[in-house]
Every structure is written in structure tokens, then in C-alpha cells.
Write a protein that binds this ligand. Structure first.
Ligand code: ABC
Ligand code: CA
Length: 495
């Protein structure tokens, strides 16, 4: 599927090894299967491509219409100072599937199962690097053959050096990882490397019906490599450009290196704005505005509040109101929401890798309040997108977000027919209020908050004011639509 077809999708990100346990009848890929899955062990917990299929109801039940799975290619399968390659990012041969996660037929079965539900299939791909336990003597032909690497000629790598992040040439040519597990930097200028990878990616997407790619370590490869690689893939490419530099991240779209990137800048804005009670909302507003002004297509950014490299949201702040506000920003702002497995279960164990990669099954896939909140946010998006509801002649997807009002603790932004009113007040101990001076709706009209289904009256000059109770309701988020639109969207029944 291309970028246009991905517009409006909502993505669930999972680790194959950790999302679902193998069913009783499936052959175990890990032996013996660990009784419990302790992330600190950094070893396989047994999830497979087939076991993902068993739990698609759970994902679709939250309203997602796309799934991103961790890398599918073969990894080094040996003990390392960081234990084992359960995460799938230590790819030593992109061309071979990872037998730990299943067979070629299993991967096709997963793809077919997703498509049968009308869902898109996104796969994570790693081409920048190949792991080695032998950092300083890795790039010699004997060592390369022993490692089972796809690349066996030293000219297919850049010479060893560790990355200096202040220098983009170093970021592109030097090595990720460290001297325990070195990630040898592949020479993505070598013609054999380029042609092998380009024909591989076209085959992979067509063989397995892949609809989109998450491009690992995108900033570590010259952009011009990606232009051809993504064209060869024939599908939507979203790159991981880890960092807060908006101009740099936007260049991936501006220079047409790939369709889009993960919304790292907005992530930092959401953390700054909503990460702690009375955080710094002006930082969120500033980053949001710069994102909108700089990216040619902010509507294609991948918006997340946690992932496998970052702390769990609930690890940094336990206030659920802050999480619910942050998620509204994640879902309603321009872009494709991406929820990392476990976010819906309020997983809080995880100051970072490896703790943020716990198995999901101990949660019993419970129908938590957060699961329902995500479901509602997806329902609102679907309703507003499929209904084509307009504001000032523009529908949700075609309207860019505009910041309507903000204070140190609050922000109101509009995207098409929806007005999000958010706060970082958390659970305040005294009742508080916030007023949006000009909501965009006319005085005396009625609006509905799609989260609580309560009706509000628009005051003079188009003002809307909300209150935050000292107990119970607290600093909850609001998503307003006009009463007429609410009736058409049917999120709140007959209103
Ligand atoms: C292993 C062990 C860990 C151990 C670690 C040292 O080594 O498992 O326990 O702590 C994979 C595995 C990891 C593994 C690594 C290395 O390989 O998943 O478990 O860690 O062996 C991608 C993937 C990631 C993956 C790889 C490698 C790449 O998402 O899961 O890791 O294939 C950089 C890269 C980025 C990479 C990330 C992990 O490292 O750019 O592609 N992710 C700065 C830099 C970033 C850098 C980041 C973290 O530091 O700018 O480029 O990301 O090192 C902000 C700034 C940012 C700054 C952050 C920290 O602060 O704006 O610029 O980012 O304020
Ligand atoms: Ca590189």
C-alpha cells in the first residue's frame, strides 16, 4: 500500500517474541519454553508469527487497522554479553527468515490473517548494520563467514569507528552498538550491497503481502540510498530518525528519501507537555507548531508515546489522567497513531531496554480502562474519517492541526471537526477551570464531548470552558464536536 492508502490508519506495534505465547498445539520454537518471561533475562520467551494470529481479536478490538511487527530476518543465534537476540534487531542475514519466529508459511499465514480482517501489515527492516562479537577484528573475511553474515567481503562494510553524534558523516559511516555487541556498519554505497538489498526488499514485500515498512536506523544511511530502496519495496516507508531535530527529520520527506518518519520530535513535545503534573505545555505547543510548519506531510508522521527503546509512559508518571491526555494528543494531532504493545495494559515496568519489553500474556489481555480509552480514540478517528465530517469545508484528514489556545498547563487544538482540549493538571486537589476563548463554533450552539458524551454550551464570542474537578473526573481530556456532527458520528448514540 502507498502513503495515500496509509493516511488515517492506526498502528499497533508489537515484539513477536513477547506479544502472544505459542498455542498448545504449535511446535515450540524455544526449548525449553521459559515458564515466566523476565525481560532482564534477555532471552526468547516463545512468541511466534502464528501465535500473533491467536490474538488479533485483541488488537482489532482496540480499533487498530494495522500491525507493525519486529524484524523478521535471521539473527545471530548465540550467547552475547547482552544475552540473546530475542528482539530480532541483530540481523546477520536479511535474506533469510528468522527460524525462531516461524516458517515462510507461518509469515504468510499472519499476513493473510491480517488482510482477511482488512488490516495492514507492517514489518521492521534492518539493513544498516550486522552484529559482531568481535568488534575490532570483525571485518575480515574469515570472521565474516564464521558469523554467518550475508556480507562476506570486507569491502561491504565501513571500517570500524564508533559514532560521533555531532557529525552526520560519522552517524552514517561509523558503527552503532558497542565493543560488546558491535553493529558493523554496512557499506550502503557498494553496488553489490545496493542491488542485493533492493531486489530483496521487492521480493520480501511481494512474497509476504507486506503493506508498509518501518525502516530501522534510517538516519545512519545516506538518504539517497532509501529513495531507491523504498521505491524497490513498492510500499509505504516510515523511518526511525531518533532525535529531537525537526529540520533534520523533515528532510526525509522534503528530499523524498522516504514517505515519512516516526514522530520523535512530537514525542519529546508530548513528554515535555504531559509527562509530569504541571509540565511545560509551551514546549509541546512550540514543537507542535514547528512540526506542522516544517514537515511537508505531517499527516503521515507516526505518533507514539512509548516504544521498545524508550521508557514506558507509566514508568515516568503514574497519573492516569496525564496518560489519557497524552494519548488524545497522540491520536488527534496530524499523523498515524502508533501504540506500543503493553501501553493499553498500563505497563510501567520499564525505564528502558530491556525492561520495556515484557511479555504481554501475564496481563491476561485484560479489558482495562486504557484499552477502552484507546478503543474510543480509534472509534472517533474512524467515525470522523469514514463519515467525511467537515469543518470550514475540510474533512479531518485534509485539515492541518491548529493550536487554538494554550496556557502553561493547557492546550486546545483543532483538527477539522474535532477540538481537543487537554491539560497536564493531572488529578488536581482543588477544582480548576480552563476557557478556550474562540472555539470556532458560534455562541449559543451546542457541542458534545465525545469522551464523556456530555453536552456543553458555547458561550459568547465562541468560548468554551471546561472544569477539572478536585476528585473523580479530575484533569481529563475533552474532544468536542458540534452537536450535529456528534449525531452523525454516532459515537455517543442519539445526542
Ligand atoms: C543492547 C542491549 C541493551 C544495552 C545496549 C547498550 O545494547 O540489548 O540492553 O543497553 C538493538 C536492540 C537493543 C540493543 C541494540 C544494540 O540493538 O533492540 O536491545 O541494545 O545491540 C534502533 C532500534 C533498536 C535497535 C537498533 C539497532 C536500532 O529501534 O531497538 O537496537 O538495530 C540510536 C540509533 C537508533 C537505535 C537506538 C537504540 O540507538 O540512532 O537507530 N534504534 C541519541 C541519538 C540517537 C540514538 C540514541 C540512543 O541517542 O541521537 O540516534 O539512537 O542511543 C534526545 C536527543 C536524541 C538522543 C536522545 C538519547 O536524547 O534529542 O538525539 O538520541 O534528547
Ligand atoms: Ca551506516
Amino acid at each position: 500500500a502507498n502513503a495515500d492508502q496509509w493516511k488515517g490508519k492506526s498502528i499497533y506495534q508489537l515484539f513477536t517474541d513477547r506479544f502472544a505465547p505459542p498455542s498448545a498445539t504449535a511446535p515450540a520454537r524455544t526449548s525449553p519454553l521459559p515458564e515466566t518471561c523476565d525481560p532482564i533475562q534477555q532471552t526468547w520467551c516463545g512468541g511466534t508469527w502464528l501465535s500473533i494470529i491467536d490474538k488479533l481479536d485483541y488488537i482489532q478490538g482496540m480499533g487498530f487497522d494495522a500491525v507493525w511487527i519486529s524484524p523478521v530476518s535471521q539473527n545471530i543465534d548465540v550467547y552475547t554479553p547482552y544475552n540473546y537476540a530475542y528482539h530480532g534487531y541483530w540481523v546477520n542475514d536479511p535474506l533469510v527468515l528468522n527460524p525462531r519466529f516461524g516458517s515462510s508459511d507461518d509469515l504468510k499465514a499472519l499476513s493473510n490473517a491480517l488482510h482477511a480482517r482488512g488490516m495492514y501489515f507492517m514489518v521492521d527492516v534492518v539493513v544498516n548494520n550486522i552484529p559482531s562479537l568481535n568488534a575490532y577484528d570483525a571485518v575480515n573475511s574469515t570472521a565474516l563467514k564464521l558469523d554467518g553474515s550475508l556480507w562476506t567481503d570486507p569491502s561491504e562494510f565501513h571500517p570500524q569507528c564508533w559514532i560521533d553524534y555531532s557529525n552526520q558523516t560519522s552517524v552514517e559511516n561509523c558503527w552503532l552498538g558497542d565493543d560488546k555487541v558491535a553493529l558493523m556498519d554496512v557499506n550502503t554505497e557498494n553496488p553489490t550491497v545496493v542491488s542485493t538489498l533492493n531486489s530483496w526488499i521487492g521480493n520480501l514485500t511481494s512474497t509476504y503481502g507486506i503493506d508498509g515498512l518501518r525502516i530501522d536506523a534510517a538516519k545512519h544511511v545516506p538518504g539517497t540510498f532509501w529513495t531507491k530502496f523504498c521505491a524497490a519495496s513498492g510500499v509505504f516507508c516510515i523511518g526511525e530518525v531518533y532525535g529531537s531535530d525537526i529540520d533534520f527529520a523533515a528532510s526525509f520527506q522534503t528530499e523524498k528519501w522516504m514517505d515519512s518518519v516516526l514522530g520523535y520530535p512530537l514525542y519529546y513535545g508530548i513528554v515535555n507537555g504531559f509527562g509530569t503534573p504541571s509540565g511545560n505545555m509551551s514546549s509541546f505547543v512550540e514543537i507542535a507548531q514547528q512540526t506542522l510548519a516544517t514537515f511537508p506531510q505531517p499527516g503521515l508522521l507516526g505518533n507514539f508515546i512509548e516504544n521498545h527503546d524508550l521508557p514506558r509512559w507509566r514508568n515516568t508518571t503514574s497519573d492516569s489522567q496525564l496518560a489519557y491526555n497524552a494519548m488524545v494528543a497522540q491520536f488527534i494531532f496530524d499523523g498515524l497513531p502508533i501504540v506500543y504493545y503493553g501501553q493499553e495494559q498500563d505497563f510501567s515496568h520499564g525505564a528502558g531496554d530491556p525492561y520495556n519489553r515484557a511479555a504481554l500474556w501475564p496481563s491476561n489481555y485484560a479489558n482495562t480502562t486504557t484499552y477502552q480509552h484507546i478503543r474510543r480514540l480509534n472509534d472517533i478517528r474512524h467515525a470522523v474519517i469514514t463519515n467525511g465530517t467537515q469543518f470550514n469545508g475540510k474533512n479531518f484528514l485534509d485539515s492541518q492541526t491548529t493550536i487554538v489556545a494554550s496556557t502553561k498547563t493547557d492546550v486546545a487544538f483543532r483538527k477539522g471537526p474535532l477540538l481537543a482540549v487537554l491539560t497536564n493538571r493531572g488529578s488536581p486537589s482543588v477544582a480548576q477551570a480552563f476557557g478556550v476563548p474562540t472555539s470556532g463554533w458560534s455562541a449559543q450552539s451546542a457541542v458534545i464531548d465525545l469522551l464523556s458524551c456530555k453536552q456543553y454550551a458555547v458561550g459568547s464570542g465562541g468560548a468554551i470552558s471546561v472544569s477539572y474537578a478536585a476528585s473523580g473526573y479530575g484533569g481529563m481530556p475533552y474532544i468536542f464536536v458540534s452537536q450535529t456532527d456528534a449525531a452523525a458520528l454516532k459515537i455517543c448514540g442519539d445526542v
